[in-house]
Write a protein that binds this ligand. Structure first.
Ligand code: FAD
Length: 344
């Protein structure tokens, strides 16, 4: 009897080698799929070029239907769009979503479940993984095979290769900055099907309750995807002074970022925080004003193409990673830049 049990265990351990099909947990807003979710589709292609990719969307009403239509057309590798349309999903509560993933997995038996490593994905993935009794692999930046992944550790100072040997599904969150979209994004007509929610057990969902949602309305690019990011640190000294960073960002069509010290001091809200416990960015140009360059901050900017730093301390660690450095007082440098740069 003991031998039979261990054989059964062994067969479940190797079940990942079955044919590969991927479920993407996708986020939508204003009737469109968010770009980080489209990067998750790119990651699925790295798991296996031939994988069938189902995109799961949840919500209610016309904006969901619009997002489903966008999902069906936005990426040529999407095989189908699964839509869970119910007022249970009007607000994206992680517990409700996790239960939905469990329900869909029972019917679909996907080998891989992938989501973006952003607030949406980080909130849902561990809960869904717990319900499905698997260990998720988070923050994946490279995929070497269907069960081998690379993720940063020690605040990005080392890369760790992880081999997944658990049972299906293999659950991943991926950094969108590492999976750039490389295809024409308007060339598909994937079928859209509704998820059967008749067995969705609401009592199961439990304790969370939606209260409200506040978002900053801004015309600036999204920090996670911006081509240019202008970041201010503690040296800005106040929320009032931080407006200089915002003005500079406006002139350069850039997103605004901040260090944790600037966020903790209340200069800007915490959704602007860049770093290990904030957003990971990979712009073409990253400009840091009055930022010391702590490892936790650098963990969020390592993939930037060009880093420019302005700091009055010539020994500040930020200069070790900067491509261009200026030792100077930001209260002199920024006004001069603002004066010299043309209006947008
Ligand atoms: P400081 O380190 O105080 O640096 C200010 C810099 O401004 C100095 O180098 C100074 O020389 C320069 N300066 C001062 N005045 C001027 C001036 N007039 N002109 C030009 N330069 C000037 N930090 C993050 O940013 N993101 C994270 O995600 C993050 N996660 C963390 C997670 C953990 C678990 C921990 C422990 C810390 C984390 N931190 C994070 C905090 C991090 O360790 C640093 O404390 C923080 O990044 C420092 O922010 P700063 O560079 O703005 O401030």
């Amino acid at each position: 009897a003991i031998k039979t049990t261990s054989l059964l265990r062994f067969s479940s351990v190797t079940s990942i080698s079955r044919s590969i099909s991927t479920l993407i947990l996708a986020e939508h807003d204003g009737g469109a799929i968010k770009s980080q979710s489209i990067s998750a589709v790119e990651a699925a292609k790295s798991v296996d070029k031939q994988t069938s990719i189902s995109l799961l969307l949840a919500g209610s009403g016309p904006s969901l239907q619009q997002a489903a239509a966008h999902a069906a057309s936005c990426h040529p590798s999407i095989s189908q769009v699964l839509v869970a349309d119910s007022d249970k999903f009007t607000h994206p509560l992680a517990e409700t979503w996790a239960r939905l993933v469990q329900l869909v997995q029972q019917k679909g038996e996907y080998s891989h479940i992938i989501t973006a490593s952003n607030s949406f994905g980080k909130n849902i993935l561990p809960r869904a993984a717990a319900l499905l009794d698997v260990s998720p692999i988070t923050d994946v930046i490279a995929i070497s095979s269907s069960n081998q992944f690379v993720r940063p550790i020690y605040a990005g100072n080392a890369l760790c290769t992880v081999r997944y040997s658990g049972s299906n599904p293999c659950m991943l969150s991926v950094r969108s900055t590492s999976f750039a979209v490389s295809v024409d994004l308007k060339s598909n007509e994937a079928p859209i099907s509704q998820v059967d929610l008749s067995t969705f057990d609401e009592d199961f969902v439990g304790k969370s309750r939606y209260i409200n949602h506040t978002a900053q309305v801004t015309e600036r690019p999204d920090l996670g995807n911006a081509q240019v990011v202008i970041t201010g640190g503690r040296a800005l000294k106040s929320a009032e002074n931080f407006k200089m960073i915002e003005k500079l960002a406006e002139k350069l069509g850039a997103a605004v970022g901040a260090t944790r010290a600037a966020v903790d001091a209340g200069f800007v809200p915490n959704d602007l925080q860049v770093g290990q416990t904030g957003k990971i960015v990979a712009p073409k140009l990253y400009m840091a004003f009055g930022v010391s360059g702590a490892i936790q901050h650098l963990a969020g900017i390592r993939d930037s193409k060009v880093i420019v730093a302005v700091n009055k301390d010539a020994d500040a660690p930020i200069f070790q990673v900067a491509d261009y450095g200026l030792v100077g007082d930001l209260f002199e440098v920024i006004p001069e830049l603002l004066e010299k740069l043309p209006e947008k």
